[in-house]
Ligand binder design. Sequence first.
Ligand code: AMP
Length: 359
Amino acid sequence: MKIGVIGGGQLGRMLALAGTPLGQRFAFLDPAPDACAQALGEHIRADYSDRDHLRQLADDVDVVTFEFESVPAETVAFLSQFVPVYPNAESLRIARDRWFEKSLFQQLDIPTPEFADIQNQENLDAAVKRIGLPAVLKTRTLGYDGKGQKVLRHPEEVPGAFAELGSVPCILEGFVPFTGEVSLIGVRNRDGETRFYPLVHNSHDQGVLRLSVVSTAHPLQGLAEEYVIKVMQQLDYVGVMAFEFFEVDGGLKANEIAPRVHNSGHWTIEGSECSQFENHLRAIAGLPLGSTAKVGESAMLNFIGEVPPVHEVTSIADCHLHHYGKAFKAGRKVGHATLRCADAVVLQAQIKAVQNLIG
Ligand code: AMP
């Protein structure tokens, strides 16, 4: 089977690393000349709206998926005429726009921060009156890794805030005084079967994920699964979905979903029976799902800007290096390390060892 992937970054690369042993082959459509997934499959170097090349991809593969959610809606609609695309266009439409996403949570009775649609500064002034401060102003689309958002703490920060984010459609969210951030990675196949990995605790710095630690028997696991199943069923979702939550007052508030394999699920490569990447491919290829059971205590640390010397990373026991083969650049995710060991205390020591290399 040949899989077409829109986007050729590290997520595409790790999909191909998981699918190759299943006998799958890969083609990546990505305009970047140095797309790092090209080491593992065919690279169609074209713009995401280039219909000739999209048609070429559709004719050449059995199924199409994508590795980022800002794929233009027209691209998915066009491809869907010729080849199955998973997750479907509706899932993408919802997940790429924070207003649609939060409205869906509300419709499904999934707790989420208070929110308001902001089309201009007047909307913002009115929403601040209703929701109060602090609050978070976010662009409805194209925001990621904390980009396209601004925390408003004081009344004097409100005038001009809409223009500061580029005068584009936004939402205002109430600021959640969370005690932690967790994500649930789930997968649903074409027959509607679902499986879930254990909840993961995530730590961010300036909006970018730095560390994920896998939980054991988290008391909110069942509740999180309930929420994700609701969304998956509503969207008739096929593939891996990541669902990010705030932990607050002993419960969960939904932050956002990603309709794809996710950075907080990278630990599953070594830390679970069947990784998020393999399960995504199994789901979209119509195969039975693999076990999501964890096989030890695991954590994942991102390498941002540069990968420490390979010799030093591989000198740490229980440490698995993933170097994405991308040019080093400040702020760019260029690799990660997964730690997997039998003992949670040892795991903490190994996390410190990797953090010392990052500095
Ligand atoms: P996001 O891009 O929505 O995931 O936001 C990036 C990070 O900003 C989150 O991981 C949180 O740490 C923080 N954040 C986002 N929205 C809120 C909110 N409504 N209240 C408090 N913190 C937030």
